[in-house]
Design a protein around this ligand. Structure first.
Ligand code: F6P
Length: 545
């Protein structure tokens, strides 16, 4: 057994779990349950009362967090300790949104001035593009941004741009290209004018195959339109921590926005990786996004564990993973602008906490990161909610909804809200056999038929959910929301004693992919690999038309 599973809090949680009553009972017994199990902070109402929790379970979860030294680990992250131990790096996405007077040190040096300088460079660039001072090579004003990047260098800017559509200034349109599948870039470039298109190339490492290939194709598209080589400087900017490689690639040194090895890719939208967002919503709004995240940082760093939103979210999610065998969790956004958020949280959480060894490298005897998925409500209600309500898997859900719509139209928003709240209620209370039977009382079915149908209509209930409400979706609330999930991910990694900040699991596929690429040639008969891989390669080689 590991240190964690041997701990008294873990053992006590295991023994206590079977005694937790159905949530229906818990709500009946305690009229104060919502007041006790909800929290208001950073512009959110966080309702966690519809969970399989009683006072004792909550107390023990906080005890587990304490026994895993969570408070000290939070301090270590904010202080810039090298908590990404396998890469010997600090983890300081929080420094990207820290106050300009803050003093945060990496290897003895305050990194805040450098962060501020980069923000100033971004601000100037946004102003130049918006005011038309920055022009394309034929002197025309830029109208379209094409952002090229993948993973953390794509999902953050993409979902933030989508979420903040009502805040776009109207100066620009933006298109995102991530996949190496040519269809992605070809379709995005259709209808764009090379003279008025600016490419923002985002790659922390400047070595990601997809991003380099797409950038080369973008450059070819520009040059094929008749532009001279010198035009590249007017149409390409890059964000990277590998400045030498970017200049070697041909990006003008003045057009490079730095980032740093102490920012993880999936935590990087607050750095210059967020440039497409700033170009769309303007720099003041971008600063609001940072301010929202900073507010959540402050909350996370200072609030006691039992009133700390990311801590509660993290511990509740861990409760289901480790003590109920739940393998998946769902994020349901009741807001069309937030439809991309589940995919973002999926990468954030699964790339961070999809690990099977602890910091010392020992294999774990407990479950880590769950499968995160989700989508937009109410659409999901007519697709996968059936399984969440009546399937055999336990899938805790996060419901996220702004109280006010950017598009108030008739009864739409009230209907959206009623669906959101109704779903959390149905998941919690379910429907008993007796209730199902009663619903059939006036039907013409025989008693035997009623019995069968009633059994099919039974919903077990006791299915957990959190609800996160905010007044309105704004740059600030979006910043707080994303930071909330970042810190939730951190909390779980800290308890599980894993490194949430490396991603060795994605490396092998990249390396093998390069070896395979060398074999893809119509005149080649491959026999270097296993029988399946050889056959797939040879099928490809012999079918090129
Ligand atoms: O920004 P880069 O270096 O191009 O990397 C892109 C993405 O690739 C990964 O390394 C692995 O998928 C992510 O963590 C990262 O965000």
């Amino acid at each position: 057994m590991s240190h964690l599973t041997e701990s008294s809090a873990w053992q006590a949680l295991s023994s206590h779990q079977p005694s937790i009553k159905h949530m229906r009972e818990l709500f009946k017994e305690d009229p104060q349950r919502f007041e006790k199990m909800s929290l208001k902070s950073c512009g959110f109402l966080f309702d966690y009362s519809k969970n399989r929790l009683d006072d004792k379970a909550l107390e023990l979860l906080i005890e587990l967090a304490n026994s895993a030294n969570l408070p000290a680990k939070i301090k270590a992250m904010f202080a810039g300790e090298a908590i990404n131990t396998t890469e010997n790096r600090a983890v300081l996405h929080t420094a990207l949104r820290a106050d300009s007077n803050a003093d945060i040190r990496v290897n003895g040096e305050n990194i805040v001035p450098e962060v501020q300088q980069t923000l100033a460079k971004m601000e100037q660039f946004v102003a130049d593009v918006h005011q038309g001072t920055w022009k394309g090579h034929t002197g025309k004003t830029i109208t379209d941004i094409v952002s090229i990047g993948i993973g953390g260098s794509f999902l953050g800017p993409k979902i933030a741009s989508q979420a903040l559509r009502p805040f776009w200034t109207g100066h620009l349109n933006c298109h995102f290209v991530a996949n190496v599948d040519a269809t992605s870039i070809v379709e995005k470039l259709k209808g764009l004018d090379p003279e008025t298109t600016l490419f923002v190339m985002s790659s922390k490492s400047f070595s990601t195959q997809e991003t380099l290939t797409n950038t080369l194709s973008a450059r070819k598209w520009l040059l094929d339109s008749g532009a001279e080589q010198s035009a590249v400087a007017k149409h390409f900017v890059a964000i990277t921590s590998n400045v030498p490689k970017a200049t070697e690639f041909g990006i003008d040194a003045n057009n490079i926005f730095p980032m740093w090895d102490w920012v993880g890719g999936r935590y990087s939208m607050w750095s210059a990786i967020g440039l497409p967002v700033a170009l769309l919503i303007g720099f003041n709004a971008f600063r609001e996004l940072l301010a929202g995240a900073a507010e959540m940082d402050e909350h996370f760093a200072t609030q006691p564990l039992e009133q700390n939103m990311p801590v509660l979210m993290g511990m509740i999610s861990l409760w289901y993973s480790n003590f109920y065998g739940s393998q998946s969790q769902v994020v349901l956004t009741y807001d069309h602008y937030l439809r991309g958020l589940p995919a973002y949280i999926q990468q954030l959480d699964m790339e961070s906490n999809g690990k099977s060894v602890n910091l010392a490298g020992d294999e774990l005897d407990y479950t880590t990161g769950p499968i995160i998925w989700g989508g937009e409500g109410t659409n999901g209600q007519h697709a996968y909610h059936q399984l969440i309500h009546q399937g055999t898997a336990l899938i805790p859900a996060d419901f996220i909804m702004p109280l006010n719509s950017h598009n108030p139209l008739g009864e739409h928003h009230a209907q959206l809200a009623s669906n959101c709240f109704g779903q959390t209620q149905a998941l919690m209370q379910g429907r008993t056999y007796e209730e199902s039977l009663a619903e059939l009382a006036n039907s013409s079915l025989s008693d035997a038929e009623k019995d069968v149908i009633a059994k099919h209509k039974v919903m077990p209930g006791n299915r957990p959910s959190n609800t996160i409400l905010m007044d309105k979706l704004t740059p600030k609330t979006l910043g707080s929301l994303i930071a909330l999930y970042e810190h939730r991910t951190f909390v779980q990694g800290a308890i599980w004693d894993i490194n949430s900040f490396d991603q060795w699991g994605v490396e092998l596929g990249k390396v093998l992919g390069v070896n395979v690429l060398a074999e893809l040639n119509p005149s080649n008969q491959c026999n270097k690999f296993d029988a399946s891989t050889n056959a797939l390669i040879n099928c490809f080689n012999s079918n090129q038309i």
